[in-house]
Design a protein around this ligand. Sequence first.
Ligand SMILES: C[S@@+](CC[C@H](N)C(=O)[O-])C[C@H]1O[C@@H](n2cnc3c(N)ncnc32)[C@H](O)[C@@H]1O
Length: 224
Amino acid sequence: MSGKDKLRRFAAVKEFDNFYEPVLKEPFPLKGNWNRDHFKNDNPIVLELGCGKGEYSVGLGNHYKDKNFVGVDIKGARMFIGAEKALKDEMTNVAFLRTRIDFITDYFAEGEVDEIWLTFSDPQPKKPRKRLSSPMFIERYRKILKKGGIVHMKTDSDLLFEYTEEQIKEQKYECLELTWDLYGELPEKIDPITREIFHIKTHYEKLFTAKGSVIKYCKFRIHQ
Ligand SMILES: C[S@@+](CC[C@H](N)C(=O)[O-])C[C@H]1O[C@@H](n2cnc3c(N)ncnc32)[C@H](O)[C@@H]1O
């Protein structure tokens, strides 16, 4: 994408009704009120953190009409793709938020979120603190997740996955599922919806799969 295209998309997405860009240091009116003021229902809220073009937010939104999805990323021009698709498809259960994930507790209230997806997060080889499964980030997720809330991670990265597996053990999170080869191990008997959602392919998943990476997945609870 050229610089000009990025600027055009970034300007356009700001006008979308399903896209929010909070003003730094100002109270965010949707905090604690996403369901009442944006989604207009009481359905569970699911976040995709580092959503890029938002394929998982849109894909999950299509499968689960009774849940609300918010894709979060710092790159507005990428989120334009998902936000535009959700608008064109008249999906009222998908929205996007432009922020650094580091500030996520400024935009969701305590216990407002039911589930978090981390899709192909940057492995941050030199900065473990900045990995989205590091204690610093998990503490933020703990604040906004409901008791018993779930974190899902799908990744190509051995480094990030090994680190996350260690964190689950060290921090005594409750591991619900963990596989180093999601598609190799996906059991035949799994229900059709779950099978389909695992096959939603993000932009980065397609890039990594083309290079031969094996896709890994885990699901854990941090309220223990
Ligand atoms: C490797 S890309 C994956 C994008 C998408 N999930 C996919 O699978 O195609 C990682 C994304 O996370 C975003 N990201 C990384 N760290 C972030 C942070 N601290 N706050 C907000 N976004 C972040 C980047 O902007 C980027 O879009």
